[in-house]
Design a protein around this ligand. Structure first.
Ligand code: NAD
Length: 420
């Protein structure tokens, strides 16, 4: 019998009760239900409080990126990812970079921009001037929403106003610039935007619709730079391969998308491990990559007069050490303890270095031996596991599939039969 997905009051049920409904709907076995309910280090009741309609949790491996030297400080990097070879590549790249003195990083302060959209204004130019005149009153109202942030030296710092042309006519967009210090800041900024909206509406005589943070955090940038000795990276030919790959990504959005995905492989793994909002970082990264009108690479690789490789990266990084899930998820707390960062800015700078390392690993493999060699061994392991290989047989099956250049589940299954 077909069941409906229209389930009223689902959210009011306990995870166990919800799961009995899902079990019936999807024909889950008792064993499958137990796997869902066995939420490991994230207790089920906490998971239930974190999001809505919880029925379980998914575990993603956390690996440690080693060899990272950033501003002369050693870091161990907790990385949560389902993708093989990410942690190995980051660690290998960090080792190469270490030979050139490690990563050097910097950042702007932690300013996030909140937007208030106002429409149906008779004279937007006059409204703009009036709103700017009331900046002090508006900032005071915004800051009254977050005494904790303000007491620490953060809060709304200034207000700008722009008039944009849209398919529905001109709109006035007021932008609140808020120093979020060690918070990612979305809740803080959204609360401020909602609080000041009535003032803006009154002054402009228009109608406010949206009041929300922008994920294009152009005033919260992190940067990293490294010099990798040509010997460490594999010689002049590899250096040239990498700088050509970089030029390709800078000029071609199709390549830039994959180039940037490689950067985010590293960055997002750390973001996930620390319970931060990875969608915010991804949205910001891609929007920043397109900010000059054409989507391009977030990093750049050149060579210096000694033919050593020089890498740089700049990207927005709205991450927090407080707020959101950072302080509630038990593993996120441990991940941050391993990372040992003291401020969100230091955290963001480490993330820039990890992104640059990850990018180097991918470009080196691509312009040298090709990415599949390293990737495939790990991929083959997953294929063997997916085919149902016993732990003691995995290596044998992996070696056989690689030798035969047939890394497929059907082949793994055949080999399992041959063994048994
Ligand atoms: P939050 O409101 O939980 O915590 C931030 C607050 O912590 C600050 O406002 C401040 O009052 C307090 N605080 C204490 N010590 C601080 C310090 N040292 N520095 C700064 N603040 C300190 O969280 P948040 O960071 O405002 O919002 C993050 C959450 O918002 C994430 O879960 C994110 O997923 C979610 N979110 C994101 C978006 C978006 O990105 N578009 C939209 C809505 C919500």
């Amino acid at each position: 019998m077909k069941m409906s997905s229209n389930i009223s009051g689902f959210y009011k049920l306990s995870p166990e009760k919800r799961l009995t409904i899902v079990k019936k709907f999807a024909n889950l076995s008792e064993e499958e239900c137990q796997l869902l309910l066995n939420t490991g280090s994230l207790p089920l009741d906490l998971a239930d409080r974190m999001i809505e309609n919880t029925i379980g949790a998914i575990a993603i491996p956390i690996g440690i990126g080693v060899n990272f030297l950033i501003n002369k400080k050693d870091y161990l990097i907790p990385m949560a990812t389902e993708e093989p070879s990410v942690v190995a590549a980051a660690s290998y790249s960090a080792k190469m970079v270490r030979k050139g003195g490690g990563f050097h990083t910097s950042s702007t302060s932690s300013i996030m921009i909140g937007q208030i959209q106002t429409v149906r204004i008779k004279n937007p130019e006059i409204a703009k001037i009036r709103i700017l005149k009331a900046e002090k009153e508006i900032l005071n109202k915004a800051n009254a929403q977050d005494p904790v942030l303000c007491s620490l030296g953060g809060g709304a710092k200034n207000l700008t106003v722009k008039i944009i042309n849209t398919s529905l006519g001109s709109m006035l967009i007021a932008e609140l610039h808020v120093n979020c210090l060690d918070a990612m800041g979305a809740n803080a900024v959204n609360t401020m935007c909602e609080a000041i909206a009535p003032i803006i509406e009154k002054i402009s005589g228009g109608h406010v619709y949206l009041r929300i943070i922008s994920n294009l955090a152009t005033e919260r940038l992190v940067r990293a730079r490294c010099v990798v000795p040509k010997e460490a990276v594999g010689g002049i030919e590899v250096v040239d391969g990498i700088i050509n790959a970089s030029a390709f990504a800078s000029a071609d959005p199709y390549r830039a998308a994959t180039h940037n995905k490689g950067i985010l492989n590293g960055t997002i793994a750390v973001i996930l491990a620390t319970g931060n909002d990875h969608r915010a970082i991804e949205a910001g990264a891609h929007a920043y990559a397109a900010i000059k009108g054409q989507y391009t690479a977030l990093s750049n690789w050149t060579k210096n007069e000694d033919n050593d490789l020089v890498g740089t990266i700049e990207m927005p990084m709205a991450v927090g050490l407080v707020g959101g899930a950072v302080k509630t998820h038990p593993i996120a707390k441990i991940a941050l303890k391993i990372l040992g960062v003291k401020t969100a800015r230091e955290f963001g700078e480490v993330l820039a270095a990890v992104g640059l390392a990850q990018n180097l690993g991918a470009l080196r493999a691509l312009s040298h031996e090709g990415i599949q060699k390293g990737h495939m061994a790990l991929h083959a392991k997953n294929v063997a596991i997916a085919a149902g290989a016993k732990k003691e047989n995995i290596n044998l099956i992996v070696e056989k599939m690689i030798r035969e250049k047939k890394i497929r589940v059907d082949r793994a299954k055949e080999i399992i039969k041959e063994i048994n």
